[in-house]
Design a protein around this ligand. Structure first.
Ligand code: TXA
Ligand code: MG
Length: 356
């Protein structure tokens, strides 16, 4: 299959390009498009065959449900059974925007979209190109991140092309995305609103709107054997570049020393070695490649660069990458959740001179 790639101004999407994408979606085809979080791989969310094509293109396990994307609040009523008072508060505060909400599904939503679940995840993105495409298609659009399953999510059209060229009908190239990490997923169907995946809408922001908020334990640690995270996708290895990633934590001086030691050792073993750092630490580090995620005072920028930087290490042919860690505050929870998974939960503690 030849994949059509068309550029469009992200904020003033080209009508002709949008119409072409919408037509493909209506005919059951697959179109990748930018959102404010990451690029999505869209298909008709009410068409079980289109959903199956999405799983096939990504190589995604079929029990990992898809998110349905809408372009107006009116469309929500057609795909969910009910909107709880807590869900209503979250919608009023954060939609359109980078948060996905779980609802009991309406009958028309196929199990092929929900991985067999009775619930459906819904998102109303704020990105003008995403909104225009969904609106023109006139359908709820199922869209997982537009990467091969297990790879870092795509934050540029070139990442989508790298993973999916020849496997999907079209890519709308709207440049780099704004957030760079996937949406927060929140489940308001139980007694306590629970975050299933951290993202740009933080724990602190949600607490202000709905009061008490719980966090699915799978977010901060490797789920123990047998315990299934509430968002089925969270159980799979994710965000893994080809390079073997390990996290390094500790006070700054010890951290720098440890990262340099680890890099030296690894290069001595003949492995091409990269260090993932910040603007503050990069000048103090040495390895085959030292890439900075940005200033440690700007977590939004670090989140936006994380997946692109992991892909850059691959492009540079690194065998091994050591990354520093970040605090879990605010957007840090989303950054650390993705980093821990990309490292398969491997973390080395750097000790200071006193061995503390
Ligand atoms: O930012 C985003 O959310 C992007 C853009 C394209 O909108 N999409 C995205 O989709 O990240 P995906 O498929 O890569 O991640 C969807 C996550 C998976 O972890 C899946 O298990 C979870 O949402 N999910 C979907 N439906 C669910 C449901 N009914 N209950 C619990 N988790 C669900
Ligand atoms: Mg994904």
């Amino acid at each position: 299959m030849e994949t059509i790639i068309r550029k469009t101004d992200p904020f003033r999407p080209d009508e002709e390009v949008i119409a072409q994408g919408a037509k493909i979606l209506q005919q059951g085809g697959l179109v990748a498009f930018p959102t404010e979080t990451v690029y999505g791989l869209g298909g008709n969310g009410l068409d079980a065959d289109a959903c199956r094509r999405i799983y096939a293109a990504k190589g995604r396990p079929s029990d990992n449900p898809l998110i349905l994307h809408i372009s107006s609040l009116e469309e929500l009523a057609g795909i969910v059974k009910e909107v709880s008072p807590a869900a209503k508060k979250i919608i009023d505060a954060f939609w359109p925007g980078p948060i996905t909400i779980i609802f009991p599904k309406a009958e028309c939503v196929p199990y092929a979209a929900t991985g067999g679940l009775e619930t459906v995840a819904v998102r109303f993105p704020s990105h003008p190109t995403a909104q225009a495409l969904i609106h023109a298609a006139g359908l709820p659009i199922a869209a997982p991140s537009a990467n091969s399953s297990g790879k870092p999510s795509p934050t540029r059209a070139s990442h989508v092309a790298h993973d999916l060229d020849g496997k999907i009908d079209m890519i709308l190239d709207g440049g780099s995305v704004e957030w760079g990490l996937e949406s927060t997923i929140v489940d308001p169907t139980g007694d306590v609103v629970t975050i299933l995946r951290p993202g740009a809408i933080t724990l602190e922001m949600l607490e202000k709107v709905v009061g008490q908020v719980a966090i699915d334990p799978a977010i901060t640690a490797r789920p123990p054997e047998g315990l299934v995270p509430k968002a089925p996708g969270m159980k799979y290895t994710h965000y893994a570049p080809k390079a073997d990633v390990t996290l390094v934590s500790g006070p700054k001086d010890a951290l720098i020393r440890k990262m340099n030691d680890l890099a030296r050792q690894s290069m001595a073993e003949g492995k091409k070695t990269g260090l993932m750092s910040t603007d503050e630490t990069a000048p103090l580090l040495q390895a085959d490649a030292v890439l900075s995620l940005g200033s440690e005072t700007d977590y939004a920028a670090i989140g936006a660069k994380l997946f692109d930087t992991l892909r850059q290490f691959d492009a540079l042919g690194m065998d091994v990458v050591f990354s520093q860690v970040f605090s879990e505050e605010g957007e840090g929870m989303a950054i650390m959740n993705r980093l821990r998974k990309s490292a398969g939960y491997k973390i080395i503690q750097a000790q200071d001179e006193k061995g503390e």
